[in-house]
Write a protein that binds this ligand. Structure first.
Ligand code: SF4
Length: 355
């Protein structure tokens, strides 16, 4: 793994690009996904990068769980804008005994009926809850390992790597596809980056989805403040190495270019797509941080000759709900301007458009 990761950068890119064109994926396709925070802030965990932890003083204000209708409305608009996967996230340790889990099951069922892949990121989950989500029609469950097992205790002390692995096993056991990746820029070494990819690639089955995030530094969080103080964040080269290595060692997984895209030029993102990233999150906001505008992504897709990916193809093909006809599936039209999702502004700030 280290040998792959450390080879000369263009050799690594060429190798990853070759794997990406070896037949499992259409290299022109990039899935557009939407991530909505359905319950924001006030989280009891202490992940050192997170604006939503109640352990840190940040600008994020805790808000209660969104209503089912509000979430469905957001999902409908995401579908109209070309998203084929809709992810719902809650800021809490885990599902536990929460009554609102029943509302989430309803959201999953209804979004699934819209013909989109559904994903949830709800923290720790037991085997029974995983089965309930599966029965509601959930396609994927996101639960990131963030970094290597060795570095993990430096990032969060309120739960362990083993806790995370247990939830991942429950998700897999229930027959839900696994979305699991990490974050660069959290005071990790290159060995930690390799260690994360090694852990993912040696799970009993590769995750069907591997998000690679770049830390978006949030003032008030320990890791955000550290990066702000250092004055430099994750480089495009860092992202390229992790994405390319992920593509080579997990050739049939969707590799998701996730948080932090605002910091990378479209030329840099083009390199990431070339070497195997095949999903982005569209929409002006990614949980609580800014994301490129739909119109910018539409322009980028056009220039690069990229097209959206249909839902339930590739690693999720076998998870297509029974009874959903072809015409009922979300259609991956190019990203188009849409109204902001609930409670969000369009204020993503100035961003240079390179093309
Ligand atoms: S990353 Fe998730 S679990 Fe960790 S503090 Fe933030 S919301 Fe809570």
């Amino acid at each position: 793994m280290a040998e792959i990761y450390h080879q000369p950068l263009l050799e690594l890119v060429f190798q990853a690009a070759t794997v990406h064109r070896s037949g499992f994926f259409d290299a022109q396709e990039v899935q557009q996904s939407t991530l909505l925070s359905i319950k924001t802030g006030g989280c009891g965990e202490n992940c050192g990068y997170c604006s939503q932890s109640q352990s840190f003083k940040t600008a994020v204000k805790p808000t209660p769980m969104m209503k089912v209708d509000e979430v469905l409305d957001a999902a409908r608009r995401a579908k109209e804008a070309g998203s084929t996967r809709f992810c719902m996230g809650t800021a809490w340790r885990g599902v536990g005994q929460k009554n609102s889990f029943q509302h989430i099951l309803t959201m999953v069922k209804e979004v699934s009926a819209m013909g989109m892949e559904t994903c949830c990121t709800l923290g720790l989950l037991n085997a029974e809850q995983a089965k309930e989500l599966k029965n509601a029609g959930l396609t994927a469950y996101n639960h990131n390992l963030d970094t290597s097992p060795e570095h993990y205790p430096n990032i969060v002390s309120t739960r362990t790597y083993a806790d995370r692995l247990e939830t991942l096993a429950n998700v897999r056991e229930a027959g839900i596809s696994v979305c699991c990746g990490g974050i660069l820029g959290i005071a990790e070494t290159e060995e930690d980056r390799i260690g994360l990819l090694h852990t993912l690639a040696t799970l009993p089955e590769h995750p069907e989805s591997v998000p690679i995030n770049a830390l978006v530094p949030i003032e008030g969080t320990p890791l955000g403040d550290r990066q702000i103080k250092m004055g430099k964040g994750v480089t495009w080269r860092d992202m390229l190495r992790s994405i390319a290595t992920a593509r080579i060692v997990m050739p049939q997984s969707m590799v998701r270019l996730s948080a932090g895209r605002m910091e990378f030029s479209q030329e840099a993102q083009a390199m990431m797509f070339l070497c195997g990233a095949n999903s982005i999150f569209t929409g002006d906001k990614l949980l609580t941080t800014a994301n490129p505008k739909f119109s910018e992504d539409a322009a980028m897709f056009e220039v690069l000759g990229l097209k959206g990916k249909k839902p339930f193809t590739g690693p999720t093909a076998h998870l297509r709900p029974e009874g959903l006809a072809e015409e009922d599936l979300a259609q991956p039209v190019g990203p188009a301007p849409m109204a902001p999702l609930m409670g969000e502004s369009n204020g993503s700030g100035p961003r240079e458009v390179a093309f």
